[in-house]
Design a protein around this ligand. Sequence first.
Ligand code: ADP
Ligand code: MG
Length: 316
Amino acid sequence: MSTLSQGSGRSASGRAAQLSLAPRPANDADEDYESSASNARGLGPTGRKPRGIPEPPKLDRHGPARILAMCNQKGGVGKTTSTINLGAALTEYGRKVLLVDFDPQGALSVGLGVQPHELDQTIYNVIMEPSVTVSDVIRQTSVERMDLLPSNIDLSAAEVQLVVEVGREHTLLRVLRPVIEEYDYVLVDCQPSLGLLTVNALTAANGVLIPLECEFFSLRGVALLIDTIDKVKERLNPSLEITGILATMFDPRTLHSREVMARVVEAFGDIVFDTAINRTVRFPETTVAGEPITRWAPRSAGSKAYRALAREVIAR
Ligand SMILES: Nc1ncnc2c1ncn2[C@@H]1O[C@H](COP(=O)(O)OP(=O)(O)O)[C@@H](O)[C@H]1O
Ligand SMILES: [Mg+2]
């Protein structure tokens, strides 16, 4: 039982004071976090009663894919981490998933144990060379039913070269079209900017998933992001929707985290997922391990959270 759930009958400030007197060692925080995810009144991390999410229906065939852009122009908010771990969690429900590294930094590829600078062919070659097909570049990952379309720094050149192309915003959609029927989900890990690559991801997508760090200043950029999404919807992709806002780096022990969460829920309402991803050292560990948390620490609170997110995503 965590300190938070024991103390949930007290005032928030009383709890905060008590918590600050009793810091926990970092390495056991992960398991403690879990019980704090819903307090004694049955409220989830968002402060709302979680909507019941049924077990996802089984599939008897795959495709066509729903394309989700993992998008926030701020770096370090958990886009790449959420792409890998949501993807892996979706495969546990029988879904076939393609992860698209659409950031020239190649962090998604690294997080899956691929060294981007050693790759002969990446998404860049599919974009620039008509003779290279997307199937030539897609590779399997260590997770069954999860494939990767890798990228590396070459992709930053594509961004420059695409500016003069006709139909430049539809480039990613053209790249993905031949394989859409094969997958149930395509998750596009966007770069931290609202430039042409991100506009391409939004143009190709059915939905946007916005990871939002539970820090005060992270709220500032979201208005600009939503403005961009609205423009893409109006001009390029009328069916684009915001699939959901995912609170990341949440620390239920801090008043600050809970206050930011309350603001996010107040501002965005039902599109905020009931699932929040807690801040835990387990995620940086998985990057070093080159595999998803659902494999690195399958019973951890982080794994359970991404599984819950996968169920919410399937239900939306
Ligand atoms: N929930 C979390 N708790 C703690 N660290 C995290 C969490 N999610 C991601 N991280 C770490 O934060 C850093 C940035 O995350 P990342 O997913 O790469 O963000 P982005 O893709 O938005 O730049 C990485 O080192 C990652 O391991
Ligand atoms: Mg990233």
